[in-house]
Design a protein around this ligand. Structure first.
Ligand SMILES: Cc1cc2nc3c(=O)[nH]c(=O)nc-3n(C[C@H](O)[C@H](O)[C@H](O)COP(=O)(O)O)c2cc1C
Length: 329
């Protein structure tokens, strides 16, 4: 079964891409991902704080120091943070030397930060593409939503100007009008959008009266948010779309392709069950396509909002009907 896929202008052997996660800190795991059939690997992120803080400040913050420690405390993993910007460039080099599949570097930070210089270094280190994970939690009541959104587009535009490799943007789902924003990202030069970044919400420890970071792996239901938005965006944009959140098996992955995803990113399933899942999911996809006498290219986008029999299902009409369909036990 042909599983070749074009993503960000790169030719991939499979639509299954490993999403940014801590397994990519190890070169042997990245090799295992390639062996299991991954089309590409997105490396764990380099955080903006790693570029702006000195090593001493960073260590102090990781040890629970004050000030910006609050921001760092919500980061998913502290071990890799010690790698630092130079270590991250070295990791890209090693990963590229170890595997033939594209290796995507991930830069994670506020849209209001200048990413251009480091983006250039990441390109020089051999990254096949950049995934920009723009993450910001606005709490300033004076900050106009428009100004913040413009900062997102400008961040992408400036990185795009600086590098020749493709640039994808990993989005959060909280834009007021995602279709508008997605089009602005496309105009700013993004080669692809990844839907969606998962927000790691803080939790409260009642006993100690502290706010703690708590990372949870995804549930299958979480796939429905990117499923809806990829379906809505597919026929409105030319750029690549990649699904991320809640894809745990072959059916989940096929559904994402059906609404229009070019690639499907796997993370929680690999952390729970190991990278061999890539092979299992890929085989499951091929078996389903064979059994239904179709192929990936024909399935792709066949159930986007534009192509779906019931286009309204992607919008508000769905809401009333869904609530109405519930029967109390
Ligand atoms: C432990 C862990 C670490 C992660 N690290 C990153 C990261 O460094 N950069 C990033 O963009 N996303 C990161 N993610 C988010 C994943 O790439 C992915 O978008 C998210 O988990 C949703 O996909 P899933 O449902 O397959 O897990 C991380 C997720 C987990 C669970």
């Amino acid at each position: 079964m042909k599983m070749e896929t074009s993503y960000l202008g790169l030719e991939l052997s499979s639509p299954l891409v490993v999403g940014a996660n801590p397994l990519t800190e190890r070169i042997d795991e990245i090799k295992a991902m390639e062996d299991a059939g991954a089309g590409a690997v997105v490396l764990f992120s380099l955080f903006e704080e790693q570029l702006t803080l000195s090593k001493a400040e960073l260590n102090d913050l990781l040890a629970g120091g004050g000030g910006k420690a609050r921001a760092l405390a919500t980061m998913p993993d502290h071990g890799r943070i010690q790698m630092g910007p130079l270590g991250y460039l070295e990791h890209i080099r090693k990963a590229r030397a170890a595997v033939g599949i594209p290796v995507v570097a991930s830069l994670n930070g506020s849209p209001r930060r200048q990413w251009t210089q480091y983006a250039k270094l990441v390109e020089q280190a051999g990254a096949s593409a950049i995934e920009l994970n723009l993450y910001y939690v606005p709490t300033d009541p004076e900050l106009e939503p428009r100004a913040l959104e413009d900062a997102y587009y400008e961040a992408v535009r400036s990185v795009r100007r600086e590098v020749a490799i493709p640039v994808a943007v990993k989005l959060n789902p909280f834009f007021s009008n995602l279709v508008y924003s997605a089009q602005r990202f496309e105009e700013a030069g993004a080669d692809g959008l990844v839907l969606f970044n998962r927000f790691y919400q803080p939790d409260v420890d009642l006993e100690h009266r502290t706010v703690k970071p708590r990372i949870t792996l995804s549930h299958a239901d979480e796939a429905r948010l990117p499923l809806r938005w990829i379906g809505i965006l597919r026929d409105r944009l030319k750029l690549s779309l990649s699904a991320s959140s809640g894809v745990h098996n072959a059916h989940d992955a096929l559904k994402m392709v059906a609404v229009g995803a070019d690639t499907v990113q796997l993370c929680s399933v690999l952390l729970r069950q190991g990278v061999e899942q890539i092979r299992i999911i890929q085989r499951g996809m091929a078996a389903w396509l064979n059994a239904h006498d179709t192929d990936l290219a024909s399935l792709r986008g066949s159930m986007s909002q534009h192509n779906a029999q019931d286009a309204a299902s992607f919008e508000r009409a769905q809401y009333m009907r869904t609530l109405d369909s519930y029967t109390t036990p």
